[in-house]
Design a protein around this ligand. Structure first.
Ligand code: NAP
Length: 334
């Protein structure tokens, strides 16, 4: 497995991380047995970085990772690096009602996560979205205290903009910023990515397949379950979907010439953007994971990159990456 290092202070990780969210939430129903097998296959392949959130299935995802690590071959916990997001407030019915970044809440969230994960430390800990009522310094300061106490190894951030990156980095070393980055979500390139680089903060990129939209497996006739985020995501609706899938068709031609799949080209493109970027792939089945791992063998030269740029120019996506009320929570979009 190829490796990368998250920022100047962060850990060395596998070059691809496994995002486990879809195994518990947001993309319709999932298969528990297949989810566990997928995590095991990822560990077998040398993936060390497992990403989760305490609110993915309201604890379900952390319990799943706990079980996967307990039932994996020996020393799986020692090899795995668990990245946890916290802070989301939810109703019993599952609605998201805000974020809590108060220091006491941070420590409370961490206590529950450690219990659910069955571990004595979290490798990277981050608030999923900033709490607008709590300065980032206070939230990050509370995680720094958890680092001091040995419960957390590294501090991360999620979906924050350049100014918040600077303010957070002034409090404590930040390993990585987790943020959406793909061929059709390139908003970080103007200021956020250069700022992260200036501050020595790595990037864990999510949505590298734009939640399956640019995977080559998503068709116009796909029926989405009521509990699938994509059913309300602007990029998956009507004309937007048509225009976005036209981009995928253009990408497919390049993939065919390279003898790779569309998903592999999309992941390889994110890998090519810098050694400081670790794509999180959201595979929830072993066949998808195998495909994603194949991206590590795809080399894109200058000509390939230029062809990809022509097929999917920056800003070509139709529709925002989140519904309006969720866009409002993104510090990175201010
Ligand atoms: N910080 C944040 O705000 C944030 C937000 C979202 C996600 N995340 C993290 O990032 C991780 C990845 O995000 P994501 O799931 O949206 O990313 P993604 O990799 O763009 O999308 C994953 C979806 O793409 C489809 N897919 C098709 N071919 C695939 C392949 N070869 N490999 C993987 N997936 C394939 C699958 O859907 P089907 O199974 O339906 O085909 C899968 O559920 C999440 O699991 C989560 O840990 C973080």
């Amino acid at each position: 497995m190829q490796t990368r290092t998250l920022g100047t202070t962060g850990p060395q990780t596998s070059a691809l991380g496994l995002g486990c969210m879809g195994m518990s939430a947001l993309y319709g129903d999932s298969d528990r047995t297949e989810s566990l097998a997928t995590i095991h296959a990822a560990l077998d392949a040398g993936i060390t970085l497992l990403d989760t959130g305490d609110f993915y299935g309201m604890g379900h995802n952390e319990l799943l990772i706990n079980e996967a690590l307990r039932t994996a071959p020996t020393a799986a916990r020692e090899r795995a690096q668990i990245s946890v997001k916290f802070g989301a407030l939810r109703t019993i019915e599952g609605a998201f009602t805000g974020y809590d970044g108060r220091p006491d809440a941070v420590k409370n969230f961490a206590a529950y996560s450690l219990q659910r994960l069955g571990t004595d430390h979290i490798d990277i800990y981050r608030i999923a979205r900033l709490d607008p009522d709590v300065p980032v310094e206070e939230t990050v300061g509370a995680i720094a205290e958890l680092v001091e106490a040995g419960h957390v190894r590294h501090i991360g951030l999620s979906e924050v903009g350049a100014e918040s990156l600077r303010r957070a980095a002034a409090v404590a070393p930040i390993a990585d910023l987790q943020i959406e980055y793909s061929l059709i979500s390139r908003g970080i390139e103007d200021t956020i990515l250069p700022t992260a680089r200036e501050l020595g903060i790595g990037i864990t990129a999510y949505g590298v397949l734009s939640r399956g939209l640019i995977s080559g497996h998503f068709g116009r006739d796909r029926k989405l379950a009521a509990n699938d985020f994509r059913g309300m995501s602007p990029r998956f609706q009507g004309e937007n979907l048509d225009r976005n899938l036209d981009l995928v068709d253009a990408l497919r031609k390049i993939a065919e010439q390279k003898g790779a799949s569309v998903a592999q080209i999309a992941i390889a493109w994110v890998l090519s953007r810098g050694e400081d970027i670790v794509p999180l792939v959201g595979a929830r089945r072993r066949d998808r994971l195998t495909e994603a791992l194949g991206a590590l063998d795809v080399t894109l030269d200058a000509e390939d990159l230029a062809a990809i740029e022509r097929a999917v120019p920056a800003g070509a996506a139709a529709g925002d990456r989140y519904p309006a009320e969720q866009m409002a929570h993104l510090d990175s979009e201010r």
